[in-house]
Ligand binder design. Structure first.
Ligand code: 6PG
Length: 244
């Protein structure tokens, strides 16, 4: 069963997801001194980041990291850390505590152990918000990447894996599926008809084969929520499906 929310445009989807994530974090912070939020890069999260950064939370008790990182300096336009620093760690969220995956190592393979140690200090993950690629990747768990089967093992021991995507730019670090499944709350955030079709294929066991996001949806069924909007606004899109 997967809870799905379909909103009329990307800004409304970002706002709905931001409200949900803020509620999850607030609940956790009622019980614990700090809570860890894992976010994704790419273009989809920008409206979500902008909305979330303006919400009222005890942000100094929120720890933020990434589901995956491209191995470029934070000042590079493709850096997920750069994106999060600009778009999420601003406004009220400027006081959140940041700990990224990128470090000064020359390659993700060499930087992996340090990133895993940093992640270990942030556990448990309270909320993870993931994206989706048209090829079925989520985080940087790309179909056809060397080692991806091990990274998708729900019982795997590695929390952070180095990934060389077959087609996408930059070598990367990614949280493994096992690490992502350790999150108390999970959301998948996507826009556009093409990605909706990929999501639907991945959510159906009969057609999910070879789509990394399918493994996530199968393993997190019942506790992952999907937020979607068309890339151009349209009233027909609006809807809510409390469980397929
Ligand atoms: C990354 C992301 C990745 C992203 C998808 C979707 O660093 O590339 O974390 O998993 O979520 O590729 O990207 P877009 O939002 O740009 O379509």
């Amino acid at each position: 069963m997967i809870y799905e929310r379909r909103l009329a445009d990307p800004d409304l989807a970002g706002a709905a997801l931001a409200a949900r994530v803020a509620g999850w974090l607030a609940d956790a912070l009622d019980r614990r001194p700090s809570a860890t939020l894992v976010v994704s890069g790419g273009s989809t999260p920008v409206p979500f980041f902008r909305r979330l950064s303006r919400l009222d939370l005890p942000w100094s008790r929120v720890r933020v990291t990434l589901a995956d990182e491209r191995w470029v300096e934070p000042s590079h336009p493709d850096s997920n850390e750069g994106l999060v620093r600009r778009e999420l760690l601003a406004n009220r969220a400027a006081s959140a505590r940041w700990s990224g995956l990128w470090n000064a190592a020359a390659t993700p393979e060499e930087g992996r152990a340090e990133a895993a140690a940093r992640l270990a200090a942030l556990l448990p993950i309270e909320v993870a918000v993931l994206g989706l690629g048209a090829d079925g990747h989520t985080a940087s768990l790309f179909p056809g990447a060397p080692g991806v089967a091990a990274a998708l093992d729900p019982e795997g021991e590695a929390t952070v894996v180095a990934v060389r995507p077959p087609a996408a730019p930059h070598p990367r670090l990614s949280l493994s599926l096992a690490a992502l499944l350790g999150s108390n709350r999970l959301a998948l955030h996507l826009t556009g008809d093409e990605k909706w079709q990929v999501y639907r294929r991945a959510a159906d066991a009969a057609t999910a084969d070879g789509l990394p996001v399918g493994a996530l949806l199968r393993e997190a069924a019942g506790r992952i929520e999907v937020y979607w909007a068309p890339t151009t606004s349209g009233k027909d899109a609006i809807g809510e499906n409390p469980g397929r």
